[in-house]
Structure formats: structure tokens, C-alpha cells
Design a protein. Structure first.
Length: 366
């Protein structure tokens, strides 16, 4: 398709809306407001040190500030959060917002009208990579506000967001890399849009993305191997055993520490990503956040023909119980995720000493 013939995000959304003649247009407008925030963040990321964007965000009392997760905030974490809020709080489409960088739900200011949707987002996923110029991104999810909120116009509560991922109306992410991309699903497949810097418009460049069902590539943080549960150890050891092992083929291992970048690679060429539940901190049943990381990425994967899971059950069926709830996450090529789920179901004990992942003398065994 010649570049001049590519649909813009606006044109794409108009075509989608035509499938629902009674739609008001608020949903499209909300997605375009989110896209505007992503464009602003892309510009800030691109300037980097030239714009004074690198480094930690300093708290007023002195020293680096931390968010509700107990994580050190980067300058761009705070800036990106502000950009999401300023682009979305005034349009009358939202009843409220939830963010990784805010302890409590964000209430729409009284001077602005309130709408029928909820927006949850991680404004800058992978921000620990900012200072070393590795790709980062933003993740977002759109939910319908409970009818009681729409009817009464009352302030939202955390409980209003406690909807399983299957109830998401849309989900997406922006990737700030060599090019800026917006990957979006509105429940009818997954499409990718590339930001045209000359026009300042997202243009459709990747139509109906599909994830291969099989793969020879996996992503996991191997430094946590001593904390993994037996099914995960089994899966990784079988992959590393290569052609001579039970899988009968060689695998490559990847780890970027930016989930948006990991998800995008898997969408483009297949693979499986694992940040599973482990024993490192028994108080945290996982590392990633359910509402604004696992659920939106899960919806994208499922809409692209892949699978998303906790390792034990489908991710999109989990009902949240807290705004910042953590959870284990496995996603990617369908057959590999289903294999990991099967390993969790099988009662056979897995002995670490039978085929250990690591040896004391080096990273991988000879």
C-alpha cells in the first residue's frame, strides 16, 4: 500500500464507528485524546537529555521520589503521567482515571463534564531504560464506567475499576523506539499505526496483526531463576536443552526489561514472555500490575491470535481486587503459553537437580 494511501488513525476509527450507527463518537474521541498524549510523550522521550528529561524525579523534600509501587520515579514518569491527565481530563468522555503513578483514582475536575468511560494506564513502561536510550512505551486500557457512576455522576472509587480484562472495550500501547508506533485493539483484531513525523499523524502500517502459534524464542529474567516455581523451571530448562532435549529444537532467549518492547517483538514475529509468580517476595503474587499492564497486553495478545495467562488461568478472566494489584503474566504464541499452563496443571514433581538451568562455575552449563 503506497504511503499516500495509508489510513490515518482518525480515518480508521471513523470506519470502525460505521459498524455501530448509534455510536455517539465519544469512544473515538477518547482514543484520539490518548493518541495525543502518546505523541506528546514521544516528543519528550526523543529530546532526552537535550530536553532535560533524563534522571530521577526529585521529591519536594529532597531526594528521588517513589510511586505507590515503591519504585523510584524518573522525570519522564511524572511528565508522562501529567501528559495523559491533561490530554484526557477535559473532553467529557471519562468518569475517571487510574495510573501506575497515582495512589488513588483520578477524579475529573468539577469544571469539566464527566463521561461513561474509565481509563487506566502505565504512562511510561520500562522507564528504567530511559537513561540508556532503550525503547520504552505507554500502555492503556479503556473500560465502561459502572452504570451507577454514569447515572449519578458521583466520584469514582477504586472498586469501579475492578472489572476482569474480558470487559475491556479497547487496549493499546505506544512504543517509543526508532519509530513511534501505536498498537490498538477495539475488540476487532489488532492494528499498528506508525507516527508520521512530517504530518504528526498516526498512519495504519500494520493491518490485522497475527502472532504465529509456534515459536523458538522466549523472554524471561533469568536472574530470578532461583525463585521460579517448578513448572517454569521445567519449561525454561527444556528450551535451553535445545535440539538434544525433549523439545527437539533450539530456542533463543531475550530480555529487554521493557514489556512494551517485548510485547511488540512478539506481535511482529512470535515468541513467549514470562514474568511468572515466584517466591522472591511472598507478599507479591507477581511483578506486573493487572489493570494497566497485564490486562491491556493480554487483550492485545488474544485479539492477535495469541494467548495471555497467569500460568494457571486465562488472564482476562481474573477479577481485580485492588487498583495496583500485581499478578504473574505469561503471553505470546498460543501453543507455548498453553504448554506452560499444562506444566502448571501436571502433578509430576520437577527435580531441580535433574537438569539444572545454571551451574556454579558459569552462567549456563556446558
Amino acid at each position: 500500500m503506497p504511503l499516500s494511501k495509508r489510513s490515518t488513525l482518525t480515518q480508521f476509527l471513523i470506519e470502525e464507528r460505521r459498524r455501530f450507527p448509534s455510536a455517539s463518537g465519544d469512544f473515538n474521541a477518547l482514543i484520539l485524546d490518548v493518541a495525543l498524549a502518546c505523541k506528546a510523550i514521544a516528543r519528550a522521550v526523543a529530546f532526552g537529555e537535550l530536553g532535560g528529561m533524563l534522571g530521577n524525579h526529585d521529591a519536594e523534600a529532597g531526594g528521588a521520589s517513589v510511586n505507590v509501587q515503591g519504585e523510584t520515579q524518573k522525570k519522564l514518569d511524572v511528565i508522562s503521567n501529567d501528559m495523559f491527565i491533561s490530554a484526557n481530563n477535559w473532553g467529557g468522555h471519562l468518569a475517571g482515571m487510574g495510573s501506575e503513578e497515582m495512589d488513588e483514582p483520578y477524579q475529573i475536575p468539577g469544571q469539566y463534564p464527566r463521561g461513561k468511560y474509565l481509563l487506566v494506564f502505565d504512562p511510561l513502561d520500562g522507564s528504567s531504560n530511559i537513561d540508556v536510550n532503550v525503547s520504552v512505551g505507554s500502555i492503556f486500557s479503556i473500560l465502561r464506567a459502572p452504570q451507577a457512576v454514569i447515572d449519578s455522576g458521583r466520584d469514582i472509587t477504586a472498586e469501579d475499576f475492578f472489572q476482569p480484562g474480558a470487559q475491556q472495550l479497547a487496549a493499546g500501547y505506544a512504543l517509543y523506539g526508532p519509530t513511534t508506533m501505536l498498537v490498538l485493539t477495539v475488540g476487532d483484531g489488532v492494528n499498528g499505526f506508525t507516527l508520521d513525523p512530517n504530518l504528526g499523524e498516526f498512519k495504519l502500517t500494520h493491518h490485522n496483526i497475527q502472532i504465529p502459534h509456534d515459536t523458538q524464542e522466549f523472554a524471561i529474567n533469568a536472574s530470578n531463576s532461583r525463585f521460579w516455581e517448578a513448572p517454569v523451571k521445567r519449561y525454561v530448562d527444556e528450551c535451553l536443552a535445545g535440539k538434544t532435549g525433549p523439545r527437539g529444537k533450539d530456542f533463543n532467549m531475550r530480555w529487554i526489561a521493557s514489556m512494551v518492547a517485548e510485547a511488540h517483538r512478539i506481535l511482529m514475529r512470535g515468541g513467549v514472555f514470562m514474568y511468572p509468580r515466584d517466591t522472591k517476595d511472598p507478599s507479591k503474587p507477581g511483578r506486573l500490575r493487572l489493570l494497566y499492564e497485564a490486562n491491556p497486553i493480554g487483550m492485545i495478545m488474544e485479539q492477535a491470535g495469541g494467548r495471555a495467562s497467569t500460568g494457571r488461568e486465562p488472564m482476562l478472566g481474573v477479577r481485580p481486587t485492588a487498583l495496583h494489584q500485581r499478578i504473574g503474566l505469561v503471553f505470546g504464541s498460543k501453543n507455548e503459553v498453553e504448554r506452560i499452563e499444562r506444566y502448571h496443571r501436571e502433578p509430576v514433581a520437577y527435580k531441580d537437580d535433574a537438569n539444572p538451568l545454571f551451574a556454579e562455575r558459569s552462567l549456563f552449563r556446558d
